[in-house]
Design a protein around this ligand. Sequence first.
Ligand code: TXA
Ligand code: MG
Length: 347
Amino acid sequence: MMYYNWKQTTNTDELKIVCNLIKNGEIVIFPTETVYGIGANAYDEKAIGKIFMAKGRPSDNPVIVHISDKKTISEIAREVTEVEQKLIDAFMPGPFTLILNKTDKIPDIVSGGLPTVAVRMPDNVIARGIITFSGVPIAAPSANISGRPSGTAVEDIRQELEGKVSAIVDGGETQIGLESTVVRVIEEVPHILRPGKITPEEIRDVAGCVKFSNGIFEPVSENEKVESPGVKHKHYAPKTPAELIYSKVDGTLIFELNRMVKYYKGDVVILGFEEHKNNIVVSKHRFISLGSKNNLEEVAKNLYSALRKADELGGQIILIEGVEKRGLGIAIMNRLLRSCGYRYHEF
Ligand code: TXA
Ligand code: MG
């Protein structure tokens, strides 16, 4: 396995090597602006099969196809409607994925047997360079073992994926830290299948309306119909049990957390806001800061690394401070609820 450090600049000789690996049906870890992906030629079924093997991913969970030029959309998708085109114009490139009707060029393994394909144009120089010079769209799920938190830095995922891929391209910490907003337009109404950096408000501004699909804030049962198969699978989970706690009132939140710390006799890890670091009675090394509660961008960016760190520390339970379900807070709470297996208390 090759490791390439492109934290400062992209090395063009190495870029050629990486793109040749993709052309030859190998799989490669690379950065995007959201999280790291494990990519392969989207037209090569065998190569995509290797991604599913490396991740231990259920085969009914389709993967996103990444493009570097909007012209590619007509190659992989058909019957793009007016509303869909508006969303493409507004949010691509960016942390946004649109579900479209697929063409025959997209193999079933990419779409999980569905008649649709998820299309995303990342806003990241390295990702775009790799797609452009490979000359094919790149199918890529997030770089992590299935069910685990997504990788936002190579140090976090190297251990679990090393040896399972042909190359790792290190572009440093990813800028956003949460996966893209996934949208499907149904009867001219954009439905959010997975919230992300592009907020419902922003989508409504472009399309005039917006809806949430089921499974954003609550679990869906086995036989319930979902738009996105990913909703049904276990996700973003640390190995240690975790619980999410929220109150609009800071004092109440701190009080409840301290009560729980006492109940567990201090054998806990707190994932909390910088502002609360001195108010929660737990040994210093058991408090992991998510960043400032007034800076949700920072919280989003730190989230997955913090979950992984908490897991390494271990303890009886991880207690996580929640945020208001508004703006980027919607995506943060969606991921946290799922990491906790929906163990959530609001006071
Ligand atoms: O930011 C991102 O989106 C990252 C980076 C690497 O681009 N990718 C990512 O991929 O998060 P993944 O595979 O971890 O999540 C893709 C999500 C899953 O929930 C999957 O079920 C959904 O998109 N999805 C993919 N294709 C779909 C389709 N045809 N219909 C409905 N949902 C789809
Ligand atoms: Mg994922």
